[in-house]
Design a protein around this ligand. Structure first.
Ligand SMILES: Nc1nc2c(c(=O)[nH]1)N(C=O)[C@@H](CNc1ccc(C(=O)N[C@@H](CCC(=O)O)C(=O)O)cc1)CN2
Ligand SMILES: Nc1ncnc2c1ncn2[C@@H]1O[C@H](COP(=O)(O)OP(=O)(O)OP(=O)(O)O)[C@@H](O)[C@H]1O
Length: 199
């Protein structure tokens, strides 16, 4: 059995629902909500203190991370982004120094070049990870695209996990939880940071 409650069927209908919700948000309100989320994140002491920021590279209507990446690099902060290895159902995080060094990978998502060196787990101590998703609940559980890439990675991740979510991506009902699901610790929203620990 894949889930402690709910089923994978629940997850796929949630996935398609929230994909439609996301598509329906006009570009301008998306941009203003993403700017507020960015401000909440930048004012969050745990994010500010991190020695290294692991982040997805946003594509399409996802909560924007490219302006966050650009800002951090400009300030001399360390940033790493994932490269998907489809055959291994895994992803590696590689440190980057410019958005220009990224190349299109699976689904057209920008990622480090094949020869970029992956960071090892001990090198991730003291980092935070910005986690993508389609919908999140108050305990930090999430539904993503269904590749399981983040759950596999987060199972061994030593740092704090922070989701970026618009209000339209928050579920007031608990989401179905699978045995492999790893909840995030915090959710950065337009109105501030939610602490999901112990909830
Ligand atoms: N911006 C961003 N980067 C991210 C993620 C994300 O959610 N957002 N991921 C979050 O996990 C990982 C990539 N997730 C993936 C999820 C599914 C498939 C995939 O290949 N799915 C189908 C085919 C889909 C298609 O090509 O249209 C398949 O399995 O065949 C690939 C990557 C890592 N990078
Ligand atoms: N740590 C793991 N070990 C083995 N299989 C896993 C692990 N994590 C997830 N999976 C498998 O990956 C598949 C997709 O998982 P799930 O539906 O939770 O993806 P998701 O969280 O929506 O996607 P993503 O993590 O890529 O954003 C499921 O079949 C799940 O059992």
């Amino acid at each position: 059995m894949a889930s402690s409650y709910g089923t994978d069927a629940d997850k796929s209908s949630l996935r398609s629902n929230y994909l439609s919700v996301r598509k329906a948000i006009p570009t301008r309100s998306r941009a203003s909500s993403d700017a507020s989320i960015r401000s909440s994140l930048r004012a969050f002491p745990i994010f500010d203190a991190a020695e290294l920021v692991l982040t997805y590279v946003s594509f399409g209507p996802e909560v924007d991370t490219r302006s966050i990446i650009a800002e951090l690099l400009e300030e001399g902060r360390r940033v790493a982004v994932p490269r998907v290895n489809k055959a291994a159902h895994a992803m590696d995080f590689c440190e980057i120094f410019s958005l220009d060094e990224l190349e299109p990978g699976v689904m057209g998502i920008l990622e480090p070049a094949p020869n970029a060196e992956p960071l090892t787990t001990p090198e991730l101590v003291g980092s935070v990870c910005l986690v993508p998703g389609l919908v999140f609940d108050g305990s930090g559980h999430r539904v993503g695209y269904g590749g399981g890439y983040y759950d596999r990675f987060l199972a061994f991740y030593p740092g704090d996990k922070i989701a970026l979510a618009r209000t339209t991506m928050l579920s007031s009902n608990p989401l179905p939880v699978g045995v492999h699901d790893v909840p995030v610790d915090f959710i950065a929203t337009e109105s501030g940071i939610w602490n999901c620990r112990g909830r």
